[in-house]
Write a protein that binds this ligand. Sequence first.
Ligand SMILES: Nc1ncnc2c1ncn2[C@@H]1O[C@H](COP(=O)(O)OP(=O)(O)OP(=O)(O)O)[C@@H](O)[C@H]1O
Length: 329
Amino acid sequence: MSIIEVEDVARTFTVRRRAGRFKRERTEVRAVDGLNFRVEQGQMVGYIGPNGAGKSTTVKMLTGILVPSAGRLRVAGADPSKERVRLARRIGVVFGQRTTLWWDLPLRDSYELARRIYRIEDARYRRNLDRCVELLQLGQLLDVPVRQLSLGQRMRGDIAAALLHDPEVLYLDEPTIGLDVVSKNRVREFLAEVNAESGTTVLLTTHDLTDIERLCSRVMVIDHGRVVYDGGLEGLHDTGRSERTLVVDLAAPEPPIEVPGARVVRVDGPRQWLAFPAADSAAPLVAAIAARYPLVDLSVREPAIEDVIARMYGGEGTVEQGIELVQTN
Ligand SMILES: Nc1ncnc2c1ncn2[C@@H]1O[C@H](COP(=O)(O)OP(=O)(O)OP(=O)(O)O)[C@@H](O)[C@H]1O
């Protein structure tokens, strides 16, 4: 039995829009429309898609906050909206843009509260808290009020709070949003470790493809409320013929770099942007450039999810947007 089962699930919202001065028009938004997928226990699955694709609606239905308009949902054998309280003990949720912690209280107090709500036995609570404190480096932060924490510290605090009761399934909604590269890496390493050690099933919603690359062997792309791709990240790049961007800082302005396997898409003084197939390694490209040009700095940018999807549909996308993958000096 799969730990998450989604069969022909739909969810519509009725929206009232102003149509003229006094008139209101009712329209239906199909946020999720014939959604089908299964997730096996212990899998870490990326759940990605453009804005408004239906990701949050799916997660809200899986946690029981929203009732589906049609279809069948099962999480750990339970119907989320009908068995919400029972299921709450078996799932953990982290919303990157909102905190579940008590704003004016120290982290420790929020954890203590979670211990009581979930009725976590002492030994288990101690063990889980100690592990989170160690791996997420929360030791210095436990007695600081949440409102005084930086975004990255707060996020680490939120992730710990979601794991204290040993959930079987963890939903992460943009867990690295707004974090610097160091904090992102810390969060990713921690999640990989939790998954490997405890076999926690993870459904990860993100706009950062590096999260997926580091953590998920499987990625589902949702668009207009339906799964439009389900497979590995490399396959997604192949399907979308997507491109990564190598940003190169030279010692001085040069004519566009000519190197096999990549093309210059932008030049600004000594900085040049080279697009290359996302499935290819950047290493031979970097070596070829370094052999012929005085390199000062470089970084590799992942394509934006919107671009990958646009390309899946045959569009071109813009290589300009994107997110930083590595930075070397
Ligand atoms: N409570 C609601 N009432 C009306 N429409 C809604 C409601 N919640 C979501 N929608 C609509 O449903 C669609 C899917 O929204 P959803 O929030 O699930 O998308 P998303 O993929 O999570 O987007 P984002 O990446 O921007 O968070 C959108 O068109 C949205 O406007």
